[in-house]
Design a protein around this ligand. Structure first.
Ligand SMILES: [Zn+2]
Length: 549
């Protein structure tokens, strides 16, 4: 029997992984989701396990610097007049250049306290700013609003000390609405206007973290040493104009969806103009680390005058060069890491992964914000050689929104591995982009992932029916987090059958609206009420009647 479970590692044994667990890492680990195999396995027998070939390792030193492709500040559009009824009527002439007021960043993010926050950094260069207004529309309902934003004290040539900022509760969005189209309108002192290009904020594709992209770049030489699984060293050399008082490292493995920052313990104090080196050690003490994860990292520095800088973000991969000659295959939608696989196999994995991502996008109604990494091991034994020892003993797949990817091992056949295991794990990435940890019960999370397995070895509907016939309908209120062996059938098979039932009965739109509601941090039971008009108990009853019909 295949047994799958979601192992909430951080609850069970945090000390094994962390010497200094912080809230951020704890949250990160709760996103781990596993498929693992029970001892009594009725699938195809495991293929023979070859001896690991220890290949000569290339030098561990690697240094790459790639231009940062994402989220550049938007160029403002310069408009002499604005047709909306907003703000004071502009003069039709303008003597200002587009550089007169520089727009640094135009972002909207979702904050933990269920608020959407819009912010804009400005530098008045030739004209002071007279007023700033945010215009926004909810496209489904057509509802439009405009809000004037207070201005901080300003000086020509100086960037505002804090960004223009507006936030409102996510509950102010009309029901089932997932998008806000917004633009800023800045009025200069002479009455002419600067209008930023319209932007769309989507709750299911929103970034929650503050990356400090607004800070100026300080010139620095970046180095990345990868020595998997021991550590990676992130390091910059620079000559600051004033002594650096404080340094923090920032890194993300998925375009800022989850952002980490840690203070740097030792910052060398040297005279202005002398070169200093600032380093940070990245390893398993921060969280269990997978090979080939994509690291985007930078430092934020504060000098003794309180001025802040950031170093140019770098992109690197935490390369595992120990046992295998890994091959990196980058497609439009995912990056796949394999070894000892034929070109035909790699093409098959890539095709299946692209297909899964396209299908999940269609079902969920949103895209992943990042290109996931798929790490493909040929043997459970190889997989275990990497895997942290106190995770489940035998498991075949693992997904994390923190890593922005999945790790799988070959199981049963290439087709099963690609069209079931990878599909299952990719589903978790879609879920954890929109919803937060604990936003939905485990039977919904694992049930949905099982529902999306196209070549599953088991027929979840038949298994769910057998389970309910033998045991009666499980209590969906109680089957939440604490997974015991008996619950596995509930979580995966009954869960998948319920997802199937919801989509068949209420339509794909209901499935999508449920995820929009969860992305808006609506509690699961309230989201069910909003979308299908049923309590969890009512859903359970009507599902059971349908299943046993
Ligand atoms: Zn799962």
């Amino acid at each position: 029997m295949i047994v799958r479970t979601c192992n909430r590692v951080a609850h069970n044994n945090p000390k094994t992984f962390f010497t200094n667990p912080g809230a951020l890492q704890m949250r990160a680990l709760r996103l781990l989701c596993l498929i693992w195999l029970a001892a009594a396995c009725d699938l195809a027998p495991q293929p023979p396990q070859p001896t690991l070939a220890a290949l000569p390792s290339p030098p561990v030193l690697s240094f790459t610097a790639t231009a940062r492709p994402t989220r550049m500040p938007l160029p403002p559009t310069w408009t002499p007049s604005y047709s909306a009824s907003a703000t004071p009527a502009p003069r039709t002439h303008s003597l200002l250049s587009a550089e007169a007021i520089r727009v640094e960043a135009n972002i909207a993010k979702i904050e933990n306290r269920r608020r959407v926050n819009f912010s804009l950094w400005l530098t008045p260069r030739e004209q002071l700013v007279q007023s700033a207004t945010l215009h926004y529309t909810f496209p489904q309902s057509g509802k439009t609003e405009q809000r004037r934003v207070p201005l901080p004290p300003q000086k020509l040539g100086e960037t505002f000390k804090s960004p223009l900022s507006l936030s409102f509760s996510i509950d102010q969005m009309p029901l089932h609405e997932d998008r806000i189209v917004y633009q800023w309108l800045i009025e200069a002192q002479d009455g002419s206007l600067l209008q930023t290009a319209p932007q769309t904020f989507k709750v299911t594709e929103a970034i929650a973290e503050e990356r400090r992209d607004d800070l100026p770049i300080i010139p620095a030489e970046a180095h990345f040493w990868s020595d998997f699984p021991n550590q990676a060293i992130l390091s910059v050399r620079l000559k600051p104009e004033a002594p650096i008082r404080q340094a923090k490292v920032y890194y993300t493995q998925n375009t800022g969806l989850v952002l980490f920052s840690f203070p740097v313990r030792h910052v060398p104090q040297k005279r202005p103009g002398e070169e200093i080196q600032i380093s940070f050690v990245f390893n398993d003490e921060l969280a269990p680390q997978i090979p080939w994860q994509r690291l985007e990292w930078w430092f934020v520095l504060t000098d003794q005058n309180g001025k802040q800088w950031r170093t140019q973000p770098q992109f690197n991969e935490y390369s595992d060069t120990r046992f295998h000659q890994w091959q990196r295959t980058e497609g439009d939608r995912a990056v796949i890491f394999t070894y000892e696989r034929s070109a035909a196999d790699i093409a098959f994995i890539k095709r299946g992964t692209d297909h899964a991502l396209e299908r999940l996008e269609r079902f969920f109604g949103y895209r992943l914000l990042y290109k996931p990494h798929i790490v493909f091991y040929n043997q459970p034994r190889h997989f275990k050689a990497w895997a942290p020892p106190n995770l489940a003993d035998r498991f075949i797949g693992l997904a994390s929104a923190v890593w922005g990817g999945v790790v799988v091992t070959f199981h049963s056949s290439l087709e099963y591995t690609v069209y079931s295991v990878i599909q299952h794990e990719l589903t978790h990435l879609f879920q954890y982009q929109a919803m937060r940890d604990d936003d939905a019960p485990l039977w919904w999370i694992e049930g949905t992932a099982s529902y999306f397995e196209e070549r599953s070895a088991q027929d979840y509907m038949a298994r769910a029916r057998n389970f309910v016939r033998r045991n009666g309908m499980p209590d969906l209120q109680r089957t939440n987090r604490h997974l015991v062996a008996r619950d596995v059938s509930v979580t995966y098979f009954v869960g998948a059958a319920i997802v199937d039932y919801v989509i068949q009965t209420y339509g794909l739109q209901a499935f999508q609206r449920l995820h929009i509601a969860l992305a808006r941090h609506t509690p699961f039971d309230q989201a069910l009420q909003q979308v299908i008009g049923k309590t969890r108990r009512q859903l359970s009853q009507e599902f059971a009647a349908w299943l046993m019909r």
